[in-house]
Design a protein around this ligand. Structure first.
Ligand code: ADP
Length: 475
């Protein structure tokens, strides 16, 4: 064999039909509509003739797109399992080498192998590595080489049209935006399915799937505990949820306990968040000075959240152990913003100023740090959105996508109004912080002593010393 000969072989892993049957749609939880779509494809794959009579043909390619860890690979395996078909697992990065011609011959080799096993499934994870836009800015090095690989995939997919071979190609990516449009044309990846982050119900369902082989004191207790975790894991992926349960099981066995309890789950969640948000394993080493800053910041955010509760996103708790440029206050998932009112939005802007104002008040204008700059930028961009895109302000009723659309006169008006809003929001935020200074101090003390505080306790402290008065809002 020549050098190119062996280099040109595909590196896909072959999984026989017997092995694929281990994975089914039951393993994937949440986002039921995705399963419904895919179940239909499985039926077409299995019962080809009946569908052919009806003039229905199987899609050649299914593209699953969404963030990593949301179960795209799992779904691809489940399609193979449900249809009882062998599976070739490959990765877009496997094809590309620096030698010209290698990618194309690897693609050719993979499809040739697959044809001899047809009907079967080819899975290409991270398909963007080989299928990004030709000549596009995201292409990186090896452009020509990759392009040949992509062309070969297109040729192979088109080749099926005549051939009787049944091969379903499943691609996965989290960069749908950079894929070459030719891949998405009819007869190629013409079924595009988004696999997104799970909702609260979805998270609960995923946790239940992964809790099946784990021990809890009772079914009822399991239900309650998993529900709590589902509530606190907004934006977590299926893979991260699986990790939490696994970590909790490890902690349980480390302590020689028989059942997973609330403490183990809480600890596992913290660990998962640690790696998820900061990449720091042990963040208890935060210096006293930074702790104080973080505690004040969280306390100020908490008090603002009590003063102007967000009807769509009540807050949950805070934890100052983690050092993060983002606040640690947890908000419960929103119900949807269709009924968000202008006043809710303005309150949100006022709340967004809290990290800045508290730093200014407690540490002085020359001692503010990056956290407060981030708060200012958040508040500014919220205001800009309010002015340009809602039609709710004195600016007018029109919608502007960005401020670059504005004629100079309007641009000037935008800046003035923005400034007015920002002055109003910071002044209001400052007066709330001053009025509720007592609550802020108390919450800060608790945070410094215990490292965290729950929403109930925050409310209790706030209600004891509150003075609420509603201000007029500028138009
Ligand atoms: P992706 O391919 O999207 O990066 P994976 O399929 O590799 O994600 O997900 C990794 C693991 O996370 C899966 O094997 C599975 O155990 C778990 N997982 C992810 N999403 C889900 C889900 N919706 N339901 C059940 N488990 C999930």
């Amino acid at each position: 064999e020549t050098l190119l000969g062996s280099l040109g072989k595909s590196r896909a892993t072959f999984i026989s039909a017997e092995e694929t049957t281990g994975t089914t749609f039951d393993d994937f939880a949440g986002q039921e509509y995705i399963k419904k779509e895919l179940q239909e494809i499985v039926r077409i794959l299995k019962d080809d003739e009946e569908y052919q009579d009806k003039g229905i043909y199987c899609p050649r390619g299914v593209l699953l797109h969404g963030p990593p860890g949301t179960g795209k690979t799992l779904l691809a395996r489940a399609i193979a399992g449900e249809a009882g078909l062998p599976f070739f697992a490959s990765n877009g990065t496997d094809f590309v080498e620096m030698f010209v011609g290698v990618a194309a011959s690897r693609v050719k080799d993979l499809f040739a192998k697959a044809r001899s096993f047809s009907p079967c499934i080819i899975f290409i994870d991270e398909i963007d590595a080989i299928g990004s836009k030709r000549g596009g800015p995201d292409q990186g090095g090896g452009g020509a080489e990759r392009e040949q690989g992509l062309l070969q995939i297109l040729t192979e997919m088109d080749g099926f049209k005549e051939a009787t071979s049944q091969i379903l190609i499943i691609g996965a990516t989290n960069r749908l935006d950079i894929l070459d449009p030719a891949l998405l044309r009819k007869g190629r990846f013409d079924k595009i399915i988004r696999v997104g982050l799970p909702s609260k119900d979805g998270r609960l369902a995923i946790l239940k799937v992964h809790a099946k082989n784990k021990y809890f004191t009772s079914e009822k207790e399991k239900e309650t505990l998993l529900d709590e975790i589902a509530e606190q894991t907004v934006d977590f992926t299926g893979a991260e949820l699986q990790n939490i349960l696994n970590e909790a099981a490890i902690l349980t066995s480390r302590q020689d306990l028989d059942f997973i309890g609330q403490d183990e789950l809480a600890e596992a969640l913290k660990r998962q968040k640690g790696t998820f948000e900061t990449g720091l394993e042990d963040v208890t080493e935060v210096s006293e000075d930074i702790k104080l800053r973080l505690a004040y910041r969280e306390a100020a955010i908490a008090v603002l959240a009590c003063y102007y509760p967000n009807p769509h996103r009540p807050f949950k708790e805070t934890d100052i152990h983690s050092v993060n440029s983002k606040p640690n206050m947890q908000y419960i998932e929103p119900l949807g913003k269709s009924f968000l009112k202008k006043s809710d939005y303005v309150n949100r802007i006022i709340r967004a100023c809290a990290p800045r104002i508290i730093e200014e008040e407690m540490f002085g204008i020359d001692n503010m740090c990056w956290m407060s700059a981030r708060a200012t930028s958040q508040a500014s961009s919220d205001i800009e959105y309010l002015i340009l895109q809602t039609g709710w302000t004195a600016f007018g009723k029109a919608f502007y996508k960005t401020k670059t659309d504005l004629v100079p006169n309007l641009a000037m008006k935008l800046e003035c109004l923005k400034d007015e809003y920002l002055r109003f929001a910071t002044a209001k935020c400052r007066s709330i912080i001053k009025e509720n200074y007592e609550s802020i101090e108390t919450i800060t003390d608790v945070l410094l002593k215990k490292g965290e505080i729950k929403a109930d306790e925050i409310w209790e402290i706030f209600e004891k010393s509150t003075k609420i008065s509603q201000p007029p809002v500028p138009d």
